[in-house]
Design a protein around this ligand. Structure first.
Ligand code: TRP
Length: 341
């Protein structure tokens, strides 16, 4: 884990999101804010991972295709500037698929099955009886995404760390084969809130489980989500002492409230007794309404001009395609297969 200020300007940054739904507050504090901060003085690419989205949605492809522009609008609404960050679409960069094929020969099925993130997802998605080959191997494709740009820093949430470990194993194998540094190892950049809990406090926050607050959530949706938030189940009366640990309302206040001194005082009061969940939820709701109002507005404006979003993604993909083809050429060379050049 590296704090923001340790990323020197030579570092190349690549990250991405599956286009399987609009982005939510977990993405915002987990990684989007970092990307906005990093774009000013770093080479940064953000990949809309439509192909990775298909690895568990191939029979419902509209779930992916219909969300591509939503994700782009989310990026722009939080302050990603397409002049400073290259925004591109994974399916339009064939070199990434090619890299995946070459890397596949370096990774065992058992290693993929041991990947903790894959393991958890296989359970969540009821894939125990049959895992799509594309799903099992998506860590290899993600390694292609990262190395395809020679990225050294990947701003992601905590759940993505096993992907970066697998990427670095592939990098080391390629470099060993090459007898030199063809590819660079990467490091995650985690935020101070690498895993925001879901509103129900139980499962992981997820686009599919309906326990997330989307960046485009309406005022009403925010209100309902905050009202239903998990607090301390044994805090029955206002005057009772309550627990702030594991209390989702406080976790969110810590992640989003601009005045952390105030949040600390609220915590003390809650623990002593005398502060009700109704009050803490009202405070949180106001705070989230403030955070999300401008984002929701900008998002809607961007989605009003889909043609412009497509243009922007196309221009970024053209730039990205060139970069990834160069890396593909180098990797093909490691296997001695640049026969025509
Ligand atoms: N796995 C990421 C997710 O679940 C998406 C992703 C695809 C990604 N390629 C990437 C993240 C490369 C970081 C780097 O949303």
């Amino acid at each position: 884990m590296i704090p923001n200020n340790l990323a020197n300007p030579q570092e190349v940054i690549l990250t991405g999101d599956r286009a399987t739904g609009p982005l939510h507050l977990g993405h915002y504090v987990g990684s989007l804010k970092q990307r906005v901060a990093l774009q000013k003085d770093h080479e940064q690419t953000i990949l809309v991972a439509d192909m990775q989205g298909l690895t568990d949605n191939a029979f419902n492809p509209a779930k992916v295709s219909s969300n591509i522009l939503n994700v782009v609008a989310d990026y722009l609404a939080v302050g990603i500037d397409p002049k400073q960050t290259t925004l591109c679409l994974q399916s339009q960069l064939p070199a990434l698929a090619e890299l995946t094929m070459y890397y596949s020969n370096l990774v065992s099925v058992a290693r993929l099955q041991r990947n903790p993130t894959v393991k958890a997802e296989v359970k969540d998605k009821n894939f125990e009886r049959g895992i799509p080959a594309g799903f099992l191997t998506y860590p290899i494709s993600q390694a292609a995404d990262i190395t395809g740009f020679n990225a050294t820093i990947v701003p992601v949430g905590e759940d993505q760390i096993p992907m970066l470990e697998q990427t670095n194993e592939i990098v080391r194998k390629i470099n060993a084969l090459a007898g030199g540094e063809i590819l660079k190892e990467c490091r995650p950049m985690l935020s101070k809130v690498p895993r925001l809990p879901s509103t129900d406090g139980k499962a992981k926050m997820s686009k599919s489980l309906g326990n997330a607050i989307n960046l485009g959530a309406s005022e009403q949706e925010i209100r309902v989500a905050v009202k239903s938030m998990y607090t301390d189940p044994s805090h029955l009366r206002v005057e009772d002492p309550g627990q702030t640990e594991g209390n989702v309302v406080f976790t969110y206040l810590e992640a989003f409230h601009p005045d952390q001194g105030y949040v600390d005082r609220l915590k003390v009061q809650y623990r002593q007794g005398g502060l009700g969940d109704g009050t803490t939820k009202t405070i949180l709701e106001e705070c989230l309404q403030e955070v999300l109002r401008p984002i929701r507005q900008k998002r809607a404006e961007f989605l009003d001009d889909k043609g412009q979003l497509i243009e922007l993604l196309k221009a970024g993909s053209d730039i990205a395609r060139e970069k990834t083809e160069q890396v593909m050429f180098d990797v093909r060379g490691v296997f001695g297969l640049n026969i025509f050049s």
